[in-house]
Design a protein around this ligand. Structure first.
Ligand SMILES: Cc1cc2nc3c(=O)[nH]c(=O)nc-3n(C[C@H](O)[C@H](O)[C@H](O)COP(=O)(O)O)c2cc1C
Length: 333
């Protein structure tokens, strides 16, 4: 029998399928169901910096009114004493998940600035999370802000969080950087243990009848895999941490492709929303059957074989123009 185990961000996983941060893990029942179907780890839905901030402001106002406000109060504020708000609920959810399953449970926070991370990551660690994923994204739409300022924000956030916790820190990113490969390599050298390439974002759409903004496809499709396939392939073997692929991994083929270009694991969400939790088992069976067919006993025997640094055709990752397709391309579909 093929050995499907892998290591991602220092976590020993029974196979490479991690459930990506989303509402899929919002109850004990769902988490147990995901583990039963074969998920190797689960990233909980992100707690958003705005949520923490609004709560801190409310607490500060309360403390102000009670006349004992010191600058450091925010750090030491015992939020368990407060009303059961987002932060407390989040910690309780980690504790609940920890009790419900034996696979690693990964906490997730969405960070916009480095200013508010003096206490919450520690609480996530104390609650029993096996690792912490930082979902960092600021849309680079501010024309007054340089690329350097924008990038510095990422390093500042990571530095603050790394000071707080001993569990592995994973960073999930977008591809909106001016010099992506160099940036990802530098981020991987900060002390984080894993990089997730890439997050998927909400994009606005427009209704041409009503002139209103609407939302477009929230869930990915299998053809969305290619961006992360290229960049996992380019970065594998050139970063100082593990790599997980996210976006567009919907089936066994997608999983195998990401491992071949060098991913240590994948984080999936849309396929579980679309196809139900059974798809996890199907993906694992497909991986195992493929490994048996190709004569691989372990993932290490083929992981990264088609990465840019190991492949016999590294130029494949650099090709971006549809040069030959411009002449005489026919859509046969
Ligand atoms: C309904 C939904 C909610 C999500 N919520 C979060 C979130 O809170 N934090 C986060 O980092 N990613 C979130 N994501 C992104 C997923 O974790 C994942 O990175 C993305 O959907 C791409 O993977 P996929 O193609 O397998 O869906 C969410 C995705 C979906 C579909």
């Amino acid at each position: 029998m093929a050995d499907l185990s892998t290591v991602f961000a220092g976590l020993q996983l029974k196979n490479p399928i991690i459930i990506g941060s989303s509402g899929l893990s919002d109850s004990a029942e769902n988490i147990i169901g995901l583990e039963k179907k074969g998920a190797a780890a689960i990233v909980l839905k992100s707690l958003f910096e705005e949520e923490i901030l609004s709560e801190m402001n409310a607490n500060l106002n309360r403390m102000n009114a009670e006349d004992f406000l010191y600058p450091e109060t925010v750090d030491y504020y015992d939020f368990y004493e407060g009303p059961e708000e987002n932060t407390v609920r989040y910690i309780r959810q980690i504790e609940m998940a920890r009790r419900s399953v034996s696979i690693p449970v990964i906490g997730s926070i969405n960070c916009l600035t480095p200013a508010h991370w003096t206490y919450f990551p520690k609480e996530i660690e104390k609650a029993g999370a096996s690792a912490l994923e930082l979902n960092i994204f600021v849309l680079p739409s501010d024309m007054q802000r340089s690329a350097e300022e924008n990038e510095k924000n990422y390093f500042d956030i990571i530095r603050e969080v790394l000071k707080q916790v001993h569990i592995p820190v994973i960073v999930k990113l977008s591809y909106y950087f001016s010099n992506l490969a160099s940036f990802l390599q530098k981020i991987s050298q900060t002390g984080i243990k894993g990089l997730v390439l890439f997050n998927r974002f909400y994009n606005p759409d427009i209704d041409i009848e009503t002139f209103e903004f609407t939302s477009n496809a929230v869930l990915s499709s299998p053809s969305d895999i290619y961006h992360s396939l290229r960049w996992i392939g380019i970065m594998a073997g050139r970063v100082n941490c593990s790599l997980a692929a996210s976006t567009g991994v919907h089936d066994g083929n997608g999983l195998i492709k990401q491992l071949l270009v060098g991913a240590d694991a994948v984080e999936i969400a849309s396929t579980v929303y679309k196809n139900g939790t059974d798809c996890i088992q199907v993906m694992l069976e497909d991986l195992e059957n493929w490994m048996n067919k190709k004569g691989f006993q372990s993932i290490d025997q083929f992981k990264g074989r088609l990465s840019q640094s190991k492949s016999l055709n590294p130029a494949a990752f650099e090709r971006v123009q549809f040069m030959k397709y411009f002449r005489g391309f026919k859509n046969e579909g």
